[in-house]
Design a binder for this molecule. Structure first.
Ligand SMILES: Cc1ncc(COP(=O)(O)O)c(C=O)c1O
Length: 371
């Protein structure tokens, strides 16, 4: 049996009758730049996030970079973030002129440890950048008070967590609802993925929304009038059209992912060499990834691949140990929880279209490996 890590073609087959007519209409209109689909998607994603504004942009990377640019970082200004994330999180801090300050993660959730964040705050700290990794929100109920005490904005990297929610002080709060700005990615493999690159920022701060809209269009609210230097980072109308057609399915897809995750967790319980991902209490995880911690990880990965099961390591090298950040002076051993995770994690297929037979085959193959 073949179980790919992701099967976008299966999703395409189930959706093409909805998406293709919408694209056909766009082609007839030829309004490719900032067409009506962009504003419609912005409104819907803002609503989903319970935020006042959505501002589309070219990628999740830019959805982090533009708000960081809006902070007007000076050399030496620091942004505290997780080392256990996709590179873009820290790359954006660097490209905005800041210095990423990496602090360790919580071993169970893989998300940034709020106590470590507070301990890392210095007079040069300008923002806190938590990542809602794999689709589970970081501990916002602990991060927000830290940010408030120190007067720092929180930029949420929700590139993997659109539609996730968490109970904060007894109330369900959406990813994107509580931070200063939140970044989403519509990379094709995401729970809500386009047919190419795309991203969005959401915020409830009116002035920030206006600034982000300027920054994505060469810094000018009015054509040919440039208040500051921005860039070209629009959300492609073609992508917005695809995403608008897909958005009504997002909740059901994420529910299916949760179902698959629960299935794996139950089926793999009792294997001493495997730790399934705990969902923290008061979280609605969207399982962008279903990620185990396992013994003999690389051998298991090779075994699964030989049995035609897709799997992947997100992420093999924590960012504080990346060559490009060597000048920051982190050495191996400095952030041990992240480093251990990098040695142990393995993500399994969890896309909505997986069948029970495929799930059983994955579980049986893992059990067979450790027998
Ligand atoms: C956590 C995280 N941050 C940022 C990004 C960057 O998004 P994009 O690939 O759309 O630029 C991604 C996705 O790839 C991501 O997973």
């Amino acid at each position: 049996m073949n179980v790919p890590l992701l099967d976008l073609a299966a999703q395409y087959r189930s959706l093409k009758d909805e998406v293709l007519p919408a694209l056909q209409a766009l082609f007839e209109s030829q309004v490719f730049i900032m067409g009506p689909a962009v504003a419609q998607l912005e409104a819907k994603v803002a609503e989903l996030s319970r935020a006042r504004h959505g501002v589309g942009c070219a990628s999740g990377t830019d959805a982090l970079l533009l708000p960081l640019n809006a902070l007007d970082l000076k050399p030496g200004d620091e942004v505290i973030t997780s080392p256990f994330t996709f590179f873009a999180t820290a790359g954006a801090i660097h490209n905005a002129g800041g210095t990423p300050v990496f602090v360790d993660i919580d071993a169970a959730s893989f998300n940034i440890d709020p106590a470590a964040v507070e301990a890392a705050i210095t007079p040069r700290t300008r923002a806190i950048l938590p990542v809602h990794l794999y689709g589970q929100m970081a501990a916002m109920e602990r991060l927000l008070p830290v940010a408030k005490r120190h007067g720092l904005p929180v930029l949420e990297d929700a590139c993997q967590a659109i539609g996730a929610r968490r109970r904060v002080d007894g109330t369900w709060r959406m990813a994107g609802e509580l931070g200063w700005v939140t970044a989403y990615s519509f990379f094709p493999s995401k729970n809500l993925g386009g047919w190419g690159d795309g991203g969005m920022m959401v915020t409830s701060d009116d002035q920030t929304a206006e600034r982000l809209r300027r920054l994505r269009l060469h810094g000018g609210a009015k054509q040919y009038h440039h208040d500051e230097v921005g860039t070209n980072s629009r959300l492609d109308t073609l992508q917005a059209t695809v995403l608008l057609a897909k958005l009504p399915h997002l909740a059901a897809w994420s529910a299916k992912r949760r179902e698959h995750a629960a299935y794996y967790t139950k089926a793999l319980a009792g294997l001493a060499a495997v730790r399934t991902p705990p969902v923290e209490a008061g979280n609605e995880h969207i399982f962008h990834q279903y990620t185990l911690r396992v013994e003999r990880r690389d051998e298991l990965q090779a075994h699964l691949k030989a049995k035609q099961i897709g799997c992947a390591v997100y992420y093999p090298i924590p960012l504080h140990l990346q060559h490009c950040f060597a000048h920051l002076g982190y050495k191996a051993g400095r952030l041990p929880v992240s480093e251990q995770a990098a040695h142990e994690v393995l993500s399994l297929p969890v896309y909505p279209e997986l069948t029970d037979d495929q799930l059983d085959y994955v579980c049986e193959t893992i059990r067979g490996f450790y027998r």
